[in-house]
Design a protein around this ligand. Structure first.
Ligand SMILES: Nc1ncnc2c1ncn2[C@@H]1O[C@H](COP(=O)(O)OP(=O)(O)OP(=O)(O)O)[C@@H](O)[C@H]1O
Length: 588
């Protein structure tokens, strides 16, 4: 382990691989905005992607940006929009309604973009930022929309709701539509919503433009697509919605992607949910993923029955020996997050069984949890608290996997593997941001090891984490143990000792037992939801339910689990597609 995370985190990136050798002013931005970037945000020079994207957006062309996680894409699209709005001949007013729409896939990302906007607009009180997102009070949102929001950040579902039901929402001046995390927006079943949104915006725009051409910009409406990963749906959407776009961050070969001539602003009549077969060129576009070069990526091979004890040990090691600042652990379901949150927060332990009074909390760091079934208020509090903590652990579903910018997260642990390799990229992208150091650790069971090949196919390779050294560093019953010959993880004395202690803790706490059983059921359900090619790697039939039970510190597999699992399997066979998408949504 010492050789693992600790030494590898020294892998650093050179400044000129992240930052450009020019100034914000030289990109054509207004002097006041440059001051704002320096004084309010602390940004002295643009990042490489900002140096490319800002002039491109200022030029009025459609833009598609593909850049690694944590390279400053948010500012890259917000700043040119603010530049145009602040220099408009006639000061824009709230009564003018919405000029720019930023679509994002999650509530947390919505808040994050909104906060950045607030800072950037500090000196431009007449440009009003706002957000609308699921889980908030509709009537308060309606009131805000009625007053007028110049730059609106929104999640697709709630935006569509207001487009249909809030007559006072004025968007006849809409000039920019930004798709942040574009590929994610088109996944999660949002593709249809996006199409409907564009339908509303497109048709209304035509009608209003006929009556009053209030647009004060010299170029037509701009569409901007941003993501660290692209997929076929984005390609398909880009082809029909971007006219003669500037493409940034696509390799020379990929730039050859042929864009069909399209009527400007034409979004409709093309179903972006169609499983269109990508052409060879489009396949090239999604072949290799951009991962921060300084990120150190490892995997650990842990048999199912020992997974929990391994996770516990790695976390203890990270916080106590390596003094990692912040760590994010990703799970496949909300129930799994709840279970581990309660367990990690309550599990006390003594390394000597004969002295139970010397028990102390096993993990001594602050622990947070984040998932889609929490109340919006709790989600917001966690999000803010984890941001400002110096040393903490966040347990989350994939809700934290995209776009979120938590400072000083040093390690990402994927306890449950992601689905598509694309998700792997975004998950690990929560660390090693903007040239900072970072580590990631992917848990795999021995039966899942082919997943590494799937990642390699996308140019992502991982090294094995030196687990045994970590385990050997923990004393059992007050004594250091030295394993002469390593047989198997399950028979490692520390793992056996810890597993027994956790199982006894769960057995003695009825509340914990319930959480464990619930988490178990949904974990198995989520496992069945792996799609396409990945079904070959994450084979449900290979799961040993007794061992899975152990990974939730249950001494045996509860009968209810077996029934639920069989029912789920039956349902899956009957409605394969429907089941997959609904499971995928539920996990957030
Ligand atoms: N020019 C700059 N100088 C210094 N810091 C910057 C600059 N631009 C952006 N940042 C900071 O870099 C971090 C990453 O930015 P941002 O969240 O926009 O990245 P991203 O590319 O959108 O990442 P992801 O793909 O994960 O969404 C943020 O903390 C942001 O404040």
């Amino acid at each position: 382990m010492n050789e693992g995370m600790k030494t590898t985190t020294k892998k650093m990136v050179k400044e000129d691989e992240i930052f450009a050798s020019c100034t914000f002013a030289s990109l054509g931005l207004h002097a006041t905005l440059c001051d704002e970037l320096r004084d309010k945000m602390g940004f002295e020079v643009p990042t490489l992607v900002q140096a490319q994207a800002i002039p491109a957006i200022l030029s009025g062309r459609h833009v598609l940006v593909n850049a690694a996680t944590g390279t400053g894409k948010t500012v890259a699209y917000l700043v040119p929009i603010i530049h145009h709005l602040q220099k408009s001949d006639r000061r824009i007013q709230r009564a003018d309604g919405t000029f720019s729409l930023v679509l994002v896939p999650t509530r947390e990302l919505c808040m994050q973009v909104y906060e950045t906007l607030q800072k950037l607009l500090h000196r431009y009180h007449w440009i009003v930022p706002g957000y609308i997102t699921g889980g908030e009070s509709r009537s308060k949102e309606k009131a805000r929309l009625r007053k007028g929001i110049s730059i609106l950040v929104a999640t697709p579902g709630r935006l569509l709701d207001h487009l249909k039901n809030t007559s006072s929402f004025l968007y006849s001046n809409l000039h920019w539509i930004v798709f942040d995390e574009a590929d994610r927006i088109f996944e999660l079943g949002c593709g249809k919503e996006v199409e409907e949104i564009l339908d509303h915006l497109g048709s209304r725009k035509n009608i209003v433009n006929k009556d009053n051409g209030t647009s004060s910009f010299e170029f037509p409406q701009q569409n901007l697509l941003f993501s660290a990963t692209l997929n076929e749906k984005v390609n398909c959407f880009a082809k029909i919605s971007l006219e003669n776009p500037i493409m940034i961050g696509l390799d020379a070969g990929n730039n050859a992607l042929e864009f069909q001539p399209s009527e400007h602003g034409r979004f409709l009549g093309h179903d972006i949910n169609d499983e269109a077969q990508p052409t060879r060129k489009e396949k090239n576009l999604i072949a290799d993923y951009k991962i921060p070069t300084q990120l150190v990526q490892s995997y650990v091979q842990a048999p199912c029955a020992s997974r929990l004890a391994v996770l516990f040990s790695v976390l203890k090691y990270l916080f106590e020996r390596d003094c990692f600042e912040k760590t994010l652990v990703l799970f496949s379901t909300c129930d799994a997050v709840d279970f581990h949150y309660s367990l990690f927060g309550g599990f006390k332990f003594s390394s000597s069984e004969s002295e139970p009074r010397s028990e102390h909390l096993f993990l001594k760091c602050k622990i947070f949890r984040l998932h889609g079934s929490m109340k919006p208020e709790d989600r917001r509090t966690t999000f803010q608290a984890f941001k400002s903590e110096k040393l903490a652990l966040l347990l989350s579903t994939d809700i934290a996997a995209r776009g979120l910018d938590f400072p000083n997260v040093r390690c990402i642990i994927q306890y449950d593997p992601p689905g598509e390799a694309i998700e792997y990229v975004h998950r690990v992208g929560r660390t090693a941001r903007l040239g900072e150091r970072g580590d990631s650790l992917l848990f795999l069971q021995p039966t899942e090891i082919d997943y590494l090949q799937d990642l390699r196919n996308h140019g992502v390779s991982l090294t094995e984490y030196p687990l045994v050294k970590v385990l050997d560093s923990f004393p059992v019953r007050g004594r250091k143990h030295f394993v002469e010959k390593f047989v198997s993880l399950e028979s490692h004395s520390w793992i056996m000792f810890l597993q027994r202690a956790v199982e006894s803790f769960i057995a003695a706490e009825p509340g914990m037992m319930k959480l464990a059983q619930k988490a178990f059921c949904s974990w198995v359900r989520a496992y069945t939801a792996h799609r396409g090619e990945l079904k070959r790697i994450f084979v449900v039939k290979k799961l040993h339910l007794g061992h899975v039970a152990k990974s939730f510190a249950l001494k045996q597999q509860p009968s209810v689990v077996g029934k639920s699992f069989k029912k789920q399997e039956k349902k899956r066979k009957r409605y394969p597609k429907q089941d997959v998408s609904s499971s995928k949504k539920r996990t957030l």
